[in-house]
Design a binder for this molecule. Structure first.
Ligand SMILES: [Fe+2]
Length: 262
């Protein structure tokens, strides 16, 4: 892998900050949602650096990982501006859009073609339900790091939101889902099988919370499981779900998953 110098990485961060600033219009609700994704990006950069350290990744690997984090959601700003939503299935795949934006703006032109393609692939895989089976191990490793780092910060965003003291409902965070009672049985079924919740089973906000809990079954590294426990992410989602026998059983399998040894 070609070496990315720290100065080159700094230049990319500066480009990103300038790029995002173009999406702030002065409209309070819109700017707030742009800011959520900007803040999320910087946090995922930090999460992936911490994860790299926990996994003993060398400095070059850490910088490369950080670049994938920096650009993983670069498509979000254009997605939100064009469609007013972060829901991919109602708009566009934000990973693909992000890659297009990087290409159009020739953002990675200072890197060699191999590193550039590598970064595009890791971005492409960050939001798929499953990783491809026909990828090389290094790309899969970096994709796993990005997916864990991304989830760690999404859990922050949603748990802070569910426990907000004030502030209104944010349809962009809730993806426009209705806050209706009950949960979809198929979502419960996925979790009882220790699987992630399939997107087609998401019908209300409770299902969306179950989907977020189910991400523990897609976590790749022990460091991530430790952080989930330390930050009480699952407890904070359970707090805002209805209390039922099914939910208590889900809490049990989630706890088992987080405590499993690997
Ligand atoms: Fe994303």
């Amino acid at each position: 892998m070609h070496r990315i110098e720290p100065a080159a990485a700094e230049k990319l961060k500066t480009w990103f900050a300038g790029y995002v600033s173009r999406y702030k219009t002065g409209d309070k609700v819109r700017d707030h949602n742009i800011l959520i994704k900007e803040q999320h990006t910087w946090n995922v950069c930090r999460e992936i650096c911490n994860l790299s350290e926990a996994l003993d990744v060398d400095e070059n690997g850490r910088i490369l990982a950080e670049i994938t984090a920096l650009f993983h959601d670069v498509g979000r700003f254009e997605q939100y501006t064009r469609y007013g939503t972060f829901l991919d299935r109602a708009s566009v795949n934000h990973a693909g859009l992000g890659i297009e934006i990087l290409k159009e703006n020739r953002v990675l032109d200072d890197l060699d073609a191999h590193s550039r393609e590598f970064i595009y692939r890791v971005i492409e895989y960050h939001n798929t339900a499953f990783l491809p089976s026909d990828e090389d191990d290094l790309c899969l490793f970096f994709s796993r790091m990005l997916r864990d780092a991304d989830k760690l910060d999404i859990w922050r965003v949603v748990t802070e939101y569910y426990h907000r003291e004030e502030g209104e409902k944010n349809n962009a965070v809730e993806l426009g889902l209705p806050d209706s009672p009950g949960v979809t049985p198929e979502a419960i079924g996925n979790l009882m099988e220790r699987s992630i919740v399939m997107a087609e089973h998401i019908r209300n906000l409770n299902d969306f919370k179950l989907l977020q809990m189910g991400w523990v079954f897609d976590v790749n590294f022990a460091h991530t499981r430790r952080e989930i426990k330390r930050r009480l992410y699952m407890e904070r989602i359970l707090d805002v779900l209805p209390d039922s026998e099914a939910i208590r059983r889900i809490a049990g399998v989630i706890r088992e998953e987080l405590n499993r040894r690997d």
